[in-house]
Write a protein that binds this ligand. Structure first.
Ligand code: PLP
Length: 411
């Protein structure tokens, strides 16, 4: 069986195949299976074509099957896929340099996901605290935060483990403060002598695209400087041009000490990184952390192609332009729909808040051949590929308006 036959055999699998029952049922999945994609389009196994307004949860920023990523992957797979971090990896060193250039941070540790990148950041912050004589370090995290589902990242996530799926105990060393409230953060710092860092998403994605007031990040940076705290920014969702800048912090010029990035970095190939100032990341000595797969040649080839393409196609500018256009068109089209409240966004990360739970809308949208996501119960989240064209943005508004209007009527 050659490679194409193998793919055809996979495509022929019936979704109701008994083997689906062999999966642990930890996801709530919509009843659709995609076989291929191109740009902002995905096709299912019945030949129906969907407009993708979520991009694999803010991952496929270059769209599906981007030729530059495909070519880089094929070329790298022909040479070598994996060697491990027992050896130098040229593509990893090059990628570290590229990330330093676009983020302004100096050093990188590579892993395979956003949660792992956050685990690395938490560990580095704790090691830096210990080097300072603080043996019980505490990190301030925000109410409404989402940092991933591994134990450390989940312990930093709101509601700090009250989710029924959380096995006790959580990792210690986190204290929660209201998102975007500088006075409250100041108070937390006063009351927490062992505080060593503040960890934040510049915009809370999973929590319904919550955007803090202008100047908040700068004020947090200033507070951290004044009190000798590290600033950790989780840009797993907001990074890599999504909000109209390479990284969201650049809108305010408030550079962090540690920054985590993943999702769009490989356009679908799993790769994440914890970036940081050399002064901070030096605490991660040889043997203190690692990953078998982290930054392997295949993942780094994909990430290098992603960064090059984003730069060549000026996708930060396109995300800002298309995002402004979409926000305006959505506000115009949904004005007067009673169930619709706030419509907010930055670049191509957009939230439409409804006045009632609306998880069912993802299924309704599917029936309209549109892929969206509902998060925080009542917020429709849009994170389309950054390469989305104007006509596709118009179609998105048209289909989404029909989906929401019918929902409002029927509720
Ligand atoms: N941090 C943020 C801000 C995220 O949005 C996510 C995922 O949605 C994560 C971390 C976790 O990333 P991953 O699912 O790749 O572990």
């Amino acid at each position: 069986m050659d490679a194409l036959d193998a793919l055809d055999a996979l495509d022929a699998l019936d979704a109701s195949d008994a083997s689906a029952g062999c999966l642990i049922q930890n996801y709530t999945r919509l009843p659709v299976t995609f076989t291929h994609g191109e740009g902002a389009w995905l096709w299912d196994d019945k030949g129906r074509r969907y407009l993708d307004a979520i991009a694999g949860i803010a991952v496929c920023s270059l769209g599906h099957a981007h030729p530059a990523v495909t070519a880089a992957l094929c070329e790298q797979a022909r040479r070598v896929t994996h060697t491990s971090n027992l050896y130098r990896i040229a593509a990893q060193e090059k990628l570290a340099g590229e990330l330093a250039r676009i983020s302004g941070l100096e050093t990188a540790f590579f892993c395979n996901s956003g949660a792992e990148a956050n685990e690395a950041a938490i560990k580095i912050a704790r090691l830096a605290a210990r080097a300072d004589g603080n043996n019980h370090p505490v990190i301030a995290v925000a109410r409404g935060a989402f940092h991933g589902r591994t134990l450390g990242a989940w312990s930093a996530t709101d509601p700090l483990g009250e989710h029924p799926g959380t096995p006790p105990p959580l990792a210690p060393g986190f204290v929660q403060t209201p998102f975007g409230d500088i006075a409250a953060l100041e108070k937390t710092a006063d009351e927490t002598p062992q505080l060593c860092a503040v960890m934040l998403e510049p915009i809370q994605g999973e929590n319904g695209v919550r955007i803090p007031a202008d100047g908040t990040l700068r004020a947090v940076r200033e507070l951290c400087d004044r009190r000798g705290l590290l600033l950790i920014l989780d840009e797993v969702q907001t990074g890599l041009c999504r909000t109209g800048a390479w990284y969201c912090f650049r809108h305010e010029g408030a550079a962090p000490d540690l920054l985590t990035t993943a999702k769009a970095l490989g356009n679908g190939v799993p790769v994440g990184a914890c970036l940081g100032r050399r002064e901070t990341t030096r605490h991660l000595a040889a043997g203190a952390h690692g990953s078998t797969f982290g930054g392997n040649p295949l993942a780094c080839a994909a990430a290098l192609a992603v960064i090059k393409t984003m730069e060549q196609e000026k996708l930060h500018e396109q995300a800002a332009r298309t995002g402004d256009y979409l926000l305006g068109e959505l506000r115009r089209a949904l004005a007067g729909v009673p169930s619709v409240g706030d419509i907010r966004g930055r670049g191509l990360l957009i939230g439409i808040e409804l006045d009632r739970p609306c998880q069912a809308l993802a299924q309704t949208a599917l029936e309209h051949e549109l892929l969206i996501n509902v998060t925080a119960g009542r917020v429709i989240r849009l994170a389309p590929p950054l390469i989305m064209e104007r006509a596709q943005a118009d179609l998105l508004v048209e289909r989404l308006t029909a989906v929401i209007a019918n929902f409002g009527d029927g509720a």
